[in-house]
Ligand binder design. Structure first.
Ligand code: NAD
Length: 495
């Protein structure tokens, strides 16, 4: 397999190398307090595409103070409908600048541009529009208690929010946090992943253009263990919303305990896509391939375990293998590309290590699992057959284009294997027997179950998992609850 990448292409119209990416604090683009910077690399070419300000504890202090002032001042006191209008204007600006933002995201994260334009960016805009609509509809309720009292609740914003975002969907996951928090009247300090800071900084500029008052959205780029840690431990941050790895999530819960910050965590997954032998095997195999190879497998809800009933097993392995071989891998800026590089050299090595581990454990690699080319972090999509449930490749999150295909006997066996990891983010089930899919759905340990499909999300539906997959839910009304606190009011009517 070769890479169709045109290295001669010039992206300088979008990413002028000379333009430093600065922090966004209190409505102004500023260098970091230390003056230090770090490089952002295009994972498809390994070239430096931008220099980004490296924040530290001082920058976090300044950003939190700005967010606090904006919370006590213009944002909280503004009419709710006006907040909604500003968010809608921001959504309009994202649409106007869609090509530029998509190109930035594609270059910085190595994502196929077609996927960013079809999926990431529309989902981010949809999220913003949806929560803009919520801004003036967040209300308490009158609760009948006693005849001599008027008792009711008010929903109030939690305050200053730290939003810590991963690199796999910088724009979309970033917006999953920003939009509901802002609609609820919170102010934010956002920390993008150090591998993908660029789209966040650009949409931050557009937020100011849309009329977001200074200090409402602050962005501090830099390393997680410095900037992220300072936010998590900051006494004036009221809530942390985090998406990333279970290890960092665990540390965040501990750090947040200092001042009992509210915490919501979206962590990893090892989701099972379960195919019974009466399923439409063509549709199931296609969806299973998309479910693991989309975004080069760097998806928290990737269907990284495909469980197949005995009679259908060989056919699904064959179909998945053929599908993996057919995927076009290469230049993310080419609209025909399906599979881009993985995010970094470190991630590439970790994935290739898992391919070795799988082979040593005795699984059969039917295709892929090789580095492609010697420039850029491309890996050919890998299919492992004959995988046993206990193997590391079946238990641990690989976060790359590697699927483990596991055989099962019956419904009970499928459930035992599907529920048998530390994770519980999502599951898929394929069968024409509706009783069976409903029995499976009831018992699956998963925040989302897809029936005869895989991988869809919508901001109107709750999203998240338990155990190593996280704490709490994002999206829909769950996010409104995340960013507000109810206040009970008791008024004596006999005075
Ligand atoms: P990560 O946990 O290393 O980093 C996530 C973010 O946390 C980054 O911004 C990073 O800089 C920051 N961070 C790192 N150390 C920190 C610290 N000590 N304190 C505070 N912040 C810190 O994860 P990643 O490598 O960016 O992303 C991959 C992981 O994220 C995978 O495990 C994946 O499953 C998970 N993920 C989950 C979801 C979901 O919705 N559940 C979505 C995407 C990714």
């Amino acid at each position: 397999m070769s890479i169709a990448y045109d290295y001669a292409q010039d992206h300088s119209t979008v990413i002028p190398a000379s333009r430093d990416r600065l922090l966004l604090i209190d409505g102004r683009r500023v260098p970091s307090a230390s003056g230090r910077t770090f490089k952002s690399i295009n994972p498809a070419t390994e070239q430096v595409i931008a220099t980004v300000a490296e924040g530290n504890e001082i920058d976090v202090d300044l950003a939190v103070a700005a967010a606090r002032r904006a919370f006590e001042g213009p944002w909280r006191t503004m009419r709710a409908s006006e907040r909604g209008h500003i968010l809608l204007k921001w959504a309009d600006l994202l649409k106007i600048h869609a090509d530029e933002i998509a190109e930035l995201e594609s270059l910085d994260a190595g994502k196929p541009i077609s996927a960013v334009l079809r999926q990431d960016l529309p989902a981010a805009i949809d999220t913003l529009t949806y929560y803009a609509g919520w801004a003036d509809k967040i209300s308490g309720e009158v609760v009948p208690t006693r005849d001599d009292a008027l008792t009711y609740t008010i929903r109030e914003p939690v305050g200053v929010v730290a939003a810590i975002v991963p690199w796999n969907f910088p724009l979309m996951i970033g917006m999953w946090k920003l939009a509901p928090a802002l609609a609820c009247g919170c102010t934010i300090v956002m920390k993008p992943a150090e591998l993908t800071s660029l789209s966040a900084l650009r949409i931050g500029e557009l937020a100011l253009e849309a009329g977001l008052p200074p200090g409402v959205l602050n962005i501090v780029t830099g390393p997680g263990r410095v900037v992220g840690d300072a936010l998590v431990n900051h006494p004036d941050v009221d809530k942390v919303t985090f998406t990333g790895s279970p290890g960092v999530g665990r540390g965040i819960m501990k750090g947040a305990a200092g001042n009992f910050k509210r915490v919501s965590l979206e962590l990893g997954g090892k989701s099972a896509n379960v195919i019974f032998d009466d399923a439409d095997l063509d549709a199931a195999s296609k969806a299973a391939a998309a479910g693991i190879f989309f975004n080069a497998g760097q998806v928290c809800s990737a269907g990284s375990r495909v469980l197949v009933q005995e009679k259908a097993y060989d056919e699904v392995v064959e179909r998945l293998t053929a599908r993996a071989k057919s995927l076009r891998i290469g230049d993310p800026s080419d609209r025909a590309t399906v599979l881009g590089p993985v995010i970094s050299e470190k991630q590439m090595k970790s994935i290739l290590d898992y391919v070795d581990i799988g082979q040593k454990e005795g699984a059969m690699l039917t295709t892929g699992g090789q580095r492609v080319g010697d420039r850029g972090y491309f890996i050919s999509p890998a299919v492992f057959a004959n995988v046993a449930h206990e193997m590391r490749i079946s238990q641990e999150e690989i976060f790359g284009p590697v699927v483990s295909v596991i055989k099962f006997r019956d419904e009970a066996d499928a459930l035992r294997i599907a529920n048998g990891t530390a994770y519980s983010l999502a599951a898929g089930v394929w069968s024409r027997d509706m009783g069976r899919v409903q029995r499976f759905t009831k018992k699956a340990r998963a925040g989302t179950v897809w029936i005869n499909t895989y991988g869809y999300t919508d901001v109107r539906l709750p999203w998240g998992g338990e155990r190593d997959s996280g704490l709490g839910r994002e999206h829909g009304t769950a996010a409104i609850d995340n960013f507000t606190e109810p206040k009970a009011v008791w008024m004596n009517l006999n005075v």
